[in-house]
Design a protein around this ligand. Structure first.
Ligand SMILES: Nc1ncnc2c1ncn2[C@@H]1O[C@H](COP(=O)(O)OP(=O)(O)OP(=O)(O)O)[C@@H](O)[C@H]1O
Ligand SMILES: [Mg+2]
Length: 344
């Protein structure tokens, strides 16, 4: 088991790695890959079901390089003029690939105002020959009708459940994590159809603990530290292999927000700044208290040194106390993360 984000490491690169909604969708996508061109697409539905992944999988399969793809996240671009000038700048040059078509991947298109969507519609028409748009969003009802009618739409409400389960199982196997089928099924029960959440929760729940050691004695373990143990399977002096195991996710975490799981995995991978930025970007102010509690319940994120855990706990308490009086609660939460990082 390595320290990386599984959701990143296991982004699907082939049709077989992708968990399809159904065979008709796979068939349609296969036709477009054969034709080496996609129409304007609207991929809408539940978070973590593979909308953005499908856009990139298809582009990859058709052979479109990054120079011919413009990625825009509509929720991060405040001004429509910025989006427009990016698009116009992008379509103004020839495509580098032999199909002659470039692609704009516009994530979170439902965050654009109706006015901005109206301008987008104009561009979809003007540049239709040389540029196609792939829009992704969670709420199709927020997309204006003229944009809808110019796109082929795929709705993501469910995924093939067996394939969903198999994908998480495959990832556990390739990370050399032991698991009971029953625990895998519980995890699927708690996360389906959000595959991103399933993979994040699987990573968070996979570790080496005392019960993975079985009858291995401390002598046999030699000088192995807990830190080394968490990085991957280890072989003891007598040649026995000790591997991480999938633990049953904690019951009170079944309703946990996706970004909190991702935050934990980023912390574990030592990517503290990214974890902080993720939380500040995703969490609503009223969820901050839940984040302090979550950090408190998961002190093991910071390793198993009791001293470090104690000091992190004090930093979290300080953050929580200051939360109610701070003029800027976001800054207070961000500062708490920084303090935890400095301690660890
Ligand atoms: N259908 C899928 N097949 C394979 N992997 C998937 C699938 N859906 C999600 N994943 C995994 O979850 C990660 C996130 O998926 P992705 O970003 O495509 O979700 P999304 O539907 O675009 O979510 P959002 O609505 O939040 O933008 C991927 O990198 C991949 O690891
Ligand atoms: Mg997406």
């Amino acid at each position: 088991m390595s320290v990386k984000l599984w959701t990143e490491a296991y982004r699907p690169n082939t049709f077989d790695e992708y968990v399809w909604r159904d065979s008709s969708m796979r068939q349609k996508c296969q036709e477009w890959v054969q034709a080496r061109a996609m129409p304007h697409l609207l991929l809408e539905g539940v978070a973590g079901t593979g909308k953005t992944s499908l856009a990139y999988l298809m582009l990859n399969q058709i052979g479109i390089g990054s120079g011919d793809i413009l990625h825009i996240n509509a929720s991060r671009e405040r001004k429509i003029e910025d989006i427009q000038s990016k698009i116009i700048g992008f379509v103004g040059s020839w495509a580098l690939n032999d199909t002659g078509i470039k692609y704009v991947v516009l994530d979170e298109a439902d965050k654009m105002s109706p006015l901005a969507q109206g301008l987008l519609r104009g561009e979809m028409e003007t540049y239709h020959r040389e540029c196609r748009f792939i829009l992704t969003c969670n709420y199709a009802s927020k997309i204006i009708e003229p944009v809808h009618s110019r796109c082929q739409t795929f709705s993501f409400r469910t995924l093939d459940r067996d394939d969903f389960t198999a994908r998480v199982g495959e990832i556990l196997v390739s990370e050399q994590v032991d698991f009971e089928v029953e625990d895998l099924l519980t995890l699927v029960e708690q996360t389906y159809p959000d595959l991103r959440k399933a993979i994040n929760l699987a990573q968070q729940s996979s570790y080496i603990s005392y019960d993975c050691l079985g009858d291995t004695s401390y002598e046999e373990m030699g000088n192995t530290t807990w830190d080394e143990l968490s990085k991957g399977p280890i072989t003891t002096g007598s040649g026995k292999q000790i591997r991480a195991r999938l633990h049953k996710p904690k019951a009170d975490e079944s309703g946990i927000k996706d970004y909190m799981l991702e935050m934990t995995n980023l912390f574990r991978a030592g990517r503290t700044n990214e974890a902080r930025k993720l939380i500040i970007a995703q969490a609503q102010a009223e969820e901050y208290i839940d984040i302090y509690r979550y950090l408190y319940r998961n002190l093991d994120i910071w390793g198993d040194s009791e001293d470090i855990q104690d000091n992190v706990l004090l930093a979290i308490r300080k953050g929580l106390v200051n939360h109610s009086v701070a003029a800027d609660q976001e800054l207070n939460l961000a500062a708490t993360f920084v303090e935890c990082k400095l301690i660890a």
